[in-house]
Design a binder for this molecule. Structure first.
Ligand code: 5GP
Length: 115
């Protein structure tokens, strides 16, 4: 497991990163180790460690994450060719950073499954 707070530091602008979108609920930034030509992470601004912590109080955040992911896909011109949204959870899901995040991957054929 990596430093739990690394994404929080990015959200708070405490470490340098390439933030491409931020509002009152979520932040989106380029993955440091991209697995595809487009690889962007979308995260809630509040600390939610995994998908297991999600509940009805988070529905505005979840909606915002999804709608902004689509807007970024359009901006990056991968909406028509296609893309993949991935959320890894815990050990078997290969979650490395314990601050909930959605991977937006695209820009090439991704194959049957990958993150
Ligand atoms: P996970 O395996 O937890 O679903 O994905 C974590 C992702 O965070 C990985 O794709 C990894 O490359 C990315 N990542 C880890 N540390 C940093 C960082 O400090 N900055 C950025 N921009 N991405 C990071």
């Amino acid at each position: 497991m990596k430093n739990n707070n690394i994404f929080k530091k990015i959200i708070n602008h405490e470490i340098s990163s390439n933030i491409i979108y931020q509002d009152n609920l979520i932040t989106a930034f380029y993955d440091i180790n991209p697995k595809a030509p487009v690889h962007i992470l979308l995260v809630p601004n509040i600390e939610i460690s995994t998908m297991n912590e999600i509940n009805n109080k988070h529905k505005n955040i979840l909606t915002r994450l999804m709608t902004v992911a689509v807007k970024i896909a359009i901006k990056k011109k991968i909406n028509k060719s296609g893309y993949r949204l991935v959320i890894n959870c815990n050990k078997h899901g290969c979650q490395d950073v314990y601050h909930l995040h959605i991977h937006l991957l695209g820009g090439k054929p991704l194959g049957p499954f990958c993150t």
